[in-house]
Design a binder for this molecule. Sequence first.
Ligand SMILES: [Zn+2]
Length: 398
Amino acid sequence: MADVAAGGKSGKVVIRNIGLMLSGDIDRPILDADTVVVVDGIITAVGREKDCDTAEPDSLIDACGTCLAPGLIDSHVHPVFGDWTPRQGQIGWIDSSMHGGVTTMISAGEVHLPGRPKDIVGLKALAITAQRAFDNFRPGGVKVLAGAPIIEKGMVESDFAELAAAGVTLLGEVGLGSVKAGYEAKEMVAWARKHGIQSTIHTGGPSIPGSGLIDKDVVLEADADVIGHINGGHTSLSEAHVCELCEKSSRAIEIVHNGNERVAIAAAQAALQLKCPHRVILGTDSPAGSGVQPLGMLRLIALLSSLGRIPVELVFCFATGNTARLRKLNCGLIEVGRDADFVFMDRAQHTAGRTLLESVALGDIPGVGMVMIDGLVRAGRSRNTPPAQEVPMVVGGH
Ligand SMILES: [Zn+2]
């Protein structure tokens, strides 16, 4: 397959016969459309086939009536280098997640690097190296936004300016380093924001021995852009405190697979009740003590849809368009001008649900039939999900 990072181009791709199109847009989650046209990795048309320019494609894909959705964005991962994670001694975890529909991952810090530097020049060097390394190499084609430094005591504003000038756009989870007090975190988060660096804070109890508690008052005072794993990673604040965070903060509400599932549902429902569903974004927090979770995003979607009783098409927006907007990414939405990052899904074989949406509402995960990144097919029938009833087919092109 062509390598996007090496400059591969998709040419013109026509996808027809789409049975259900999930837009990723929380204000209009289902589109009345059956066709998407892509040119060189960018969506150029979305609509009914007769209204789209489908002539002379380089690649023609018959979706065979399956569902097309934006590729999932995992808002919270801990990559290290390439497709290797030392956390559980595994390789291939990013490619495996791509088989679970994930096309973009966002680093919440390269914290698992053995011997991770904690001095200021060292942590800056690591962040810049990680940003460059993942920009130059995409495991499985997945876009990994990495280079998320863990802030430490003693950093000054010029450190953030230097990181930003070097291409760093994210902070790793605030609270994983020596900066744990609200007033200290607040100052550094503000410096980061001033220089265009987005921040995430660890929320809840310690993740592993050596890390600490970040309570609701610290989260509110620090005012990071993303309330990272609001449902804990692993241990959650009380449900009352999580709901208080949803209410008192206006920042992104990030729910992860690697957290407390009961509080995950409570947080999502609180956001809906507060009429701010656009703030909810999803991640896995993998790799973690609970392992690598290639289907973590799909499982979280099924959890919130079934036990949380939130409409499936809205929950998909939590995992796609909401994250794209909050994190200013050009993927995550099916609309003209966006990156052609897609996951094709159908109801899993033998689910009790009659349609894809019904099957997920009943708690089953969908079958992934194809994954496309920048208009290039990265996987056919998933090796990880249950088999999809129908899968798309490449039927032609020149
Ligand atoms: Zn954390």
